[in-house]
Design a protein around this ligand. Sequence first.
Ligand code: KG4
Ligand code: ZN
Length: 337
Amino acid sequence: MRVLGIETSCDETGVAVYDSEKGLLAHTLYSQIALHAEYGGVVPELASRDHVRKILPLVQQVLAEAGLTGEELDGLAYTAGPGLMGALLVGAGVGRSLAYAWGIPAVAVHHMEGHLLAPMLEANPPAFPFVALLVSGGHTQLIQVEGIGKYLLLGDSLDDAAGEAFDKAAKMMGLGYPGGPAISKLAEKGQAGRFKFPRPMCDRPGLDFSFSGLKTFTLNTLHDSAGDEQTKADIALAFEQAVADTLAIKCRRALEQTGSHRLVVAGGVSANQRLRQKLDAMCKKEGAEVYYPRLEFCTDNGAMIAFAGCQRLVAGQQEALSFGATPRWALEELDAI
Ligand code: KG4
Ligand code: ZN
């Protein structure tokens, strides 16, 4: 089955074609980072308009790369949520309409299910069941995954998501958006041990997260410091270490609690090298396997949506002719397939 995937939930227009037998045939991504950079974050209305401008040329491009016409596809998958309402509606409206015009079924995909399944696009895909850590700009969740659509939420962020904490801390330091890569780059020049940041909520049981305290701690540390470049780099490193440590501690607990020996890590923050090092070391110690998407599929992309949609279409799921978007949508509400 050949499926076109469309992702427009936030500031990235991603389009891809996935073939259930041959794998990924083509994928492309247009990032709006430059458009939003001067505002220090995503401006929803600008995001929607830019998706409108880019979506059809990108669809034409991937079809040409895959050597296919729309009618030769077997299905179309679009992100229907969670995300920005206007941005989602562009992908859903265009996706549903193209599927109608081409006479193929369409399926609405949950953005976080896309992230969660992204490691399955790699050569050594994880087998079910596993524990998943989803770390993006909007989510920090630990999930027990029994199969596609069989999700049990083990832990969630009580306030800021991990990616959001990176973005806010970067803003305080005068770094650009998105903050994750900017903090990592600065942290490379940092000296370890100069600042000690807290590991929030690790001294009590449970798998929930809270990153807003780290944000305040960063602000106070910046205020109390000289503000020179080396100090900023040291703070960036201490912040990154605290986030990575906290996530690794909770992942170890989740593996222990579920008795699982497989950990899947996905979402924008899973591109973070320090986090990967911590998780690799923790999993090695615990005798567990850890799986990540390739770097370009950690952040938003069309390939993960084409893949997730393909699994659901193969299982017979498809949408009626109407379409909608669900800006707030819990993973646990999905149907199992
Ligand atoms: O998954 P994603 O592209 O979009 C959402 O679904 O939210 O994640 C974006 C988030 C941003 O907060 C960004 O700062 C963070 O992922 N991010 C990173 C890195 N690359 C992206 N955070 C830490 N380290 C990175 N290398
Ligand atoms: Zn995402």
